[in-house]
Design a binder for this molecule. Structure first.
Ligand SMILES: Nc1ncnc2c1ncn2[C@@H]1O[C@H](COP(=O)(O)OP(=O)(O)O)[C@@H](O)[C@H]1O
Ligand SMILES: C=C(OP(=O)(O)O)C(=O)O
Length: 537
């Protein structure tokens, strides 16, 4: 077992450490969590799965309004929120605010027993980031051990971090107003010193999506596409497909496919050698998880997995339908809990299929549209979808949004930079794009996972290209009229309304929203030229 000397922490300004558990084994973490009050279950339903630790009621979700980025003068120009016109969810913080939150984190973490986990973000050795996480809560160490790429013993021996994360989730920023911050909670990144500080939020997603945000800064500047998508390939390791989508739109569910090999469920890069995962684990939503329709995710809930915010009855049976703590119930597990994965490195050739998952809460978009290259750019930049309940604090019902590149909260550069890199790679591999609505239609219900899976199968086996098609007005989408295993009555969204005029009215409203949202991209010739690919009233 690699050694870790406490004096390393002193270098970070963390003093008086009483004990350090450095990259502890799962067994040790399990014991530590139990001491912290987490419950391990090994009876009832869980017997079938193996013991799993369950933590409940600790967080409510990610806090985008508390996320701040600190840049030095040389890196400032590259960040797109510096332009008012394109302002995204990430706000700039001053050097003073940075110094203050770092001080709070150092104080919180001093004189404590600490967990230090070293992991990699990025499966490619030449572009990965070596990340050191320092925290005082055992399950957070477990979470990052599940989610990041676990170094070998040898790699741990001479691990030199490129990025350090100080997780001071028990502290608060009391003087946040003075510092120009939004609340007692802060998630702050210093892109120059390569550090992240987390204060007053226990949400593990801040560490996972935090390092993703940093990859989204560094990789595109090297000409590598950095993408909020899941990815899989066929059993020969070919025919890669990527699935973009905001949280809860189906990246994990649809990429976990027994017929295919999983590359990863959430964050990927695409360079000249192909598509690669940033992570070493998956983070699945488990609300209403059903053993029959999602057997692979269900079976991944076994020893070393970490369940969050589900309720467990006296017999140890998990109630996956209970949303009393949050709708954002989750399980994190190391990727090898899924049987069909790409091994030993989560990497596959350039993608042939690019799928945009949009959960349309208005019930307007067809369940699948075959996009032209110009529509691909327009709909990628628009990123129309819904924020689904739970993942973000304050979101309690599906809320329509335009989230550029299907991941606006995680972008640091201008959206056109991500579009540029994606399109370059797609043109080289001859990839085609599809817009898949995993949200609602005129029935008022969410499109079934069964129908969506049928659609994905038809995209992946190419049968969608032989299907008869028609055009949908206003959007000019080409949609298939029949696909094997998919209810033909849903393929044209107008057929799901009692009266097609109802669709028409909603479609007009949505088209208007697209047009309004896209104005921000029309400041140059390239953006103006894309308007023709968008909806028309
Ligand atoms: N048609 C559908 N396609 C995909 N997921 C669906 C669909 N209908 C309902 N769901 C549910 O939506 C959630 C999708 O979550 P997940 O796959 O974890 O999303 P992501 O990985 O994009 O955050 C799951 O709880 C899944 O059961
Ligand atoms: C973990 C998150 O999302 P996803 O469901 O995309 O993994 C998040 O947005 O905090």
């Amino acid at each position: 077992m690699a050694k870790f000397d406490k004096s390393v922490l002193e270098k970070y300004g963390i003093t008086g450490t009483t004990e350090v558990l450095y990259n502890p084994s799962y067994e040790v973490l399990f014991e530590e969590e139990t001491k912290d009050g987490l419950t391990g279950f090994d009876k009832g339903q869980v017997t079938e799965l193996g013991a799993v630790n369950v933590m409940t009621g600790i967080y409510t979700g990610r806090s985008p309004k508390d996320k701040f980025i600190v840049m030095d003068e040389t890196s400032k120009d590259t960040v797109w929120w510096t332009s008012d016109e394109y302002k995204n969810d990430n706000k700039p913080a001053s050097q003073e605010a940075w110094a203050a939150v770092k001080e709070i984190a150092k104080n919180e973490l001093s004189n404590k027993k600490l967990y230090v986990i070293d992991g990699f973000c990025g499966a490619n050795k030449d572009t990965r980031m070596a990340v050191r996480f320092i925290m005082e809560v055992a399950w957070q160490a477990h979470f990052v051990k599940n989610m990041f790429i676990r170094p070998t013993e040898e790699e741990l021996e001479d691990f030199e971090p490129d990025f350090v994360v100080y997780n001071a989730s028990k502290a608060k920023v009391e003087n946040y107003k003075e510092l120009g911050l939004n609340s007692e909670t802060a998630v702050v990144f210093n892109v120059t010193s390569r550090e992240q500080v987390i204060i007053n939020t226990w949400y593990g997603g801040e560490m996972k999506k935090g390092m993703f945000s940093m990859m989204n800064y560094f990789l595109p500047l090297k000409g590598i596409a950095s993408m909020h998508c899941s990815a899989n390939c066929d059993k020969n390791g070919e025919n890669t497909a990527i699935f973009f989508g905001l949280s809860g739109t189906g990246k994990t569910t649809l990429s976990t496919d027994p017929k295919r090999l999983l590359i990863g469920d959430d964050e990927h890069g695409w360079d000249d050698n192909g598509v690669f995962n940033f992570e070493g684990g998956c983070y699945a939503k488990v609300i209403n998880l059903d053993k029959e329709s999602e057997p692979d995710i269900y079976n991944a809930i076994r020893r070393d997995a970490l369940l969050e915010n589900v309720t467990v009855d006296a017999e140890g049976k998990i109630d996956f339908t209970d949303k009393s703590t949050t709708e954002n119930t989750r399980v994190s597990y190391p990727i090898y809990h899924i049987d069909n994965i790409v091994k030993p490195v989560s990497h596959a050739p350039a993608a042939k299929q690019v799928i945009f998952l949009s959960a349309d809460a208005f019930g307007v978009l067809p369940p699948v549209s075959i996009l032209t290259p110009e529509q691909t750019k327009y709909y990628f930049l628009s990123g129309f979808t819904a924020k689904l309940a739970g993942t973000e604090r304050g979101i309690t019902e599906p809320t329509p949004t335009f989230s550029a590149c299907f991941g606006q909260a995680f972008l640091e550069l201008h959206p056109t930079k991500y579009a540029e890199e994606l399109v370059k790679k797609m043109e080289k591999s001859g990839a085609k794009a599809y817009l898949v609505n995993t949200g609602w239609n005129g029935t008022g219900k969410r499109i079934s996972i069964r129908d969506t899976r049928g659609i994905i199968d038809a995209i992946l086996d190419g049968s969608i290209n032989n299907a008869p098609t028609k055009k949908i007005p206003m959007f000019d989408f080409e949609v298939p009229t029949e696909l094997p295993g998919v209810d033909p009555k849903i393929l044209d969204p107008r057929d799901t309304y009692a009266d097609a005029a109802e669709w028409e009215a909603k479609a007009k409203d949505l088209a208007g929203r697209f047009i309004k949202n896209f104005v921000k991209y029309e400041g140059n010739e390239a953006g103006k030229a894309l308007v023709a690919a968008g909806p028309k009233l």
